[in-house]
Design a protein around this ligand. Structure first.
Ligand code: DAT
Ligand code: MG
Length: 388
């Protein structure tokens, strides 16, 4: 099991407000190993480099001014999933959105005084660690309670410390698609079998979809226009269960350079607009709604079954369905990065063969009551506008 390192910083307000111990205590108590730590007063140039990717933002000058208000505590913490878990422990960027129990959720109020920083990916962690620390400041030692923190003890690597990670390839593909390991996660996943009626079919006509304007990333060239495309289908009634799916597709679009869009299978414009207005998830993909449920009905006809929501569809550059996956029981905690869909989309984009479960071996028995029709679900699960 590889070690992972993340760069965590207590900003000037965290230092001044006497929260160093509180914040460090949380990482210690969690079980992560402290690899490097210093109280330091970085220069303006150093901070501008650290926040380089935000240079064009309106708040950038204010951010740099804030970061220059006093010394900061720079740290490197190591452990399994340290980057992602570190972000979860920090909470959302804006403390108003951070849940109680997170550092920002518990200890601060204003986005411009959000007391801590944490790397947002392994790639930026490596960059930030190299910016803030020399190699000889990174301590290699064995954590005495390792066997009590990990079931499978993390493998120590040869000194000196962790080598700088190689620049990630444009497409992070599985090194080889040998075996298809079905995902054994906490949520129930409906597997797509090789005899799934959608596989190999052309995308049904979607020209009746109507874009929901959100002011950014509204353009969509359509399926089958020379690029692989990932669609996520969801509906307003799914509420927070839909957000991880929409965020995941948004992340695939950014990381893999594919086309993506979200289809809100609600047929009323007001429901779609409501989702966008109240949507707390990061969604950088165009969204559409489905007047008259024409697209939903076309997909149902193709599947000879009601569409399952949320679900993902992956199309090749010509618009043929190469994989679809329905997800049920999704929660905010689901780990899509370990799902079969994640595996398949990376394999496909990298030009590797997709994994297969073979045929389902299930013959349909129409005497058994099937799922509630989508129409019924949509009709009965109207969510009061107030909660949106
Ligand atoms: P994070 O610190 O969660 O990684 P970020 O990288 O997007 O968030 O932004 C860096 C910092 O910039 C953030 O911690 C606080 C500040 N910031 C972000 N968005 C801001 C905004 N809309 N107004 C003021 N400051 C903001
Ligand atoms: Mg950041």
């Amino acid at each position: 099991m590889p070690r992972e390192r993340t760069f965590i910083m207590i900003k000037p307000d965290g230092v001044q407000r006497g929260l160093i111990g509180n914040i460090i205590g949380r990482f210690e108590a969690k079980g992560f190993k402290l690899v490097a730590l210093k109280l330091t007063s970085p220069s303006k140039e150093h901070l501008e480099t650290h926040y380089e990717d935000l240079k064009s933002k309106k708040f950038f000058p204010g951010l740099i001014e804030y970061m220059l208000m006093g010394p900061v505590v720079a740290m490197v913490w190591e452990g399994m999933n340290a980057v992602k878990t570190g972000r979860v422990m920090l909470g959302a960027t804006n403390p108003a959105d951070s849940l109680p129990g997170t550092i920002r959720g518990d200890l601060c109020i204003d986005v411009g005084r959000n007391i801590c920083h944490g790397s947002d990916s392994v790639e930026s962690a490596n960059k930030e660690i190299a910016l803030w620390f020399n190699d000889d400041e990174l301590n290699n030692y064995k954590h005495h309670s390792e066997a009590f923190v990990y079931e499978n003890v993390l493998k120590e690597e040869a000194a000196p410390a962790l080598p700088a990670a190689p620049a990630p390839a444009a497409v992070a593909a599985p090194s080889a698609v040998k075996e298809f390991a079905p995902y054994e996660g906490e949520y129930e996943e409906l597997v797509t079998y090789s005899d799934d009626p959608s596989l190999g079919k052309k995308c049904p006509d979607m020209s009746t979809l109507v874009a929901v304007p959100k002011g950014h990333h509204d353009e969509f060239v359509g399926v089958g226009n020379g690029k692989p495309t990932c669609l996520v289908m969801f509906a307003k009634y799914l509420k927070y269960e839909a957000f991880p799916a929409v965020e995941a597709v948004s992340a695939y679009a950014a990381e893999l350079g594919i086309d993506s869009a979200g289809l809100l299978l609600d047929n009323k414009e007001k429901d779609a607009k409501r989702f966008v207005e109240k949507n707390p998830c990061k969604c950088d993909i165009p969204l559409f709604f489905d007047p008259g449920w024409k697209v939903k009905d076309a997909f149902s006809a193709m599947l000879n079954d009601p569409v399952t929501l949320p679900s993902f569809y992956l199309f090749d550059k010509d618009g043929t369905i190469v994989w679809r996956q329905a997800l049920s029981g999704m929660t905010g905690n689901m780990k899509l990065d370990k799902s079969q869909f994640d595996y398949q989309i990376r394999a496909f984009v990298a030009g590797n063969p997709l994994g297969s479960h073979g045929p389902s071996g299930i013959s349909r028995d129409d005497s058994v009551a099937g799922p509630v029709s989508q129409e019924d679900v949509f009709a009965t699960q109207e969510v009061a506008d107030a909660v949106w």
